[in-house]
Ligand binder design. Structure first.
Ligand code: 3PY
Length: 250
């Protein structure tokens, strides 16, 4: 553990546009979900329902946004998301832009509306709404290129950024046809060391064939503070596959 010990540890992507996914993952014991508005076919109505359901079930609801334009961040934040995951943050300038649209002054320029869930439907004072938006909502930026990993400390230390998430799939894809950037595994190992030295809260996704063992290694030996174990879609497919494959071999 290198950073914030209060960061929820075990998460899952929610990609299916079904609020029940959130409930099922909460029952399974996950600490947080990341409702995926970057890759999942999840509209704002469903996203808002998922956030409310997650809060009722005691699981922390993050939303991965497609970008940081006000239209990308405003709805999840006002709907009560506990934080945002912002993809493809390659340098500190991009991290500062994410802070600008997701934080209230003095850190940023997020628009205010106390009448949504984030303002407890108008019950909170403007001061409480602004304080919780800046102090309790977490901003997680994704480092998923060689440039981002090289600049991971500068990115993680931007005021208003709470954590950095290393995206191994996009890192592998973005490094694929590039000469001289180094092996992704080496870039990740160097980034892990630098985050440890600078106490930057760090997360990633477990991606080996044995996900649980991989997650234990990441959390216990490689200094990660939180790990996403997989997506509702792949969990459903894997469970279904195991059942079908098990018939005839039992
Ligand atoms: C990545 O691995 O690139 C991610 O963004 C997580 O799915």
């Amino acid at each position: 553990m290198t950073g914030d010990p209060s960061f929820p540890r075990l998460g899952a992507w929610v990609k299916l546009p079904a609020p029940e996914s959130v409930e099922l993952l909460a029952l399974a014991g996950f600490d947080f979900v990341v409702i995926d508005a970057e890759h999942g076919a999840i509209g704002t109505r469903t996203m808002s329902t998922m956030i409310g359901l997650a809060r009722g079930c005691g699981i922390v609801p993050f939303v991965r946004v497609a970008g940081t334009a006000p239209r990308d961040v405003q709805v999840p934040l006002d709907a009560g998301a506990a934080g945002l995951f912002v993809p493809q943050v390659d340098d500190a300038a991009r991290a500062r832009e994410a802070v600008r649209t997701t934080r209230f002054p003095p850190l940023g320029q997020r628009g205010a509306s106390t009448s949504g869930r984030a303002g407890r439907w108008g019950l909170d004072t403007l001061g409480d709404y602004l304080r919780s938006g800046n102090d309790e909502v977490r901003l997680v930026v994704q480092a998923e290129s060689a440039e981002a990993l090289a600049a991971i400390v500068e990115i993680g230390e931007v005021p208003g950024v709470d954590a950095v998430f290393i995206g191994p799939t996009d890192l592998a894809v973005s490094s694929r046809f590039r000469e001289g950037v180094g092996r992704p595994a080496d870039l990740v190992a160097a980034a892990e060391r630098r985050c440890g030295d600078h106490h930057i809260t760090l997360g990633t996704t477990a991606s080996s064939v044995d996900t649980s063992a991989d997650a234990s290694e990441l959390l216990d030996r490689r200094g990660y503070d939180f790990v996403v174990l997989g997506a509702d879609t792949t969990m459903l497919r894997q469970g279904a596959q195991a059942l079908v494959n098990g018939v005839g071999t039992a």
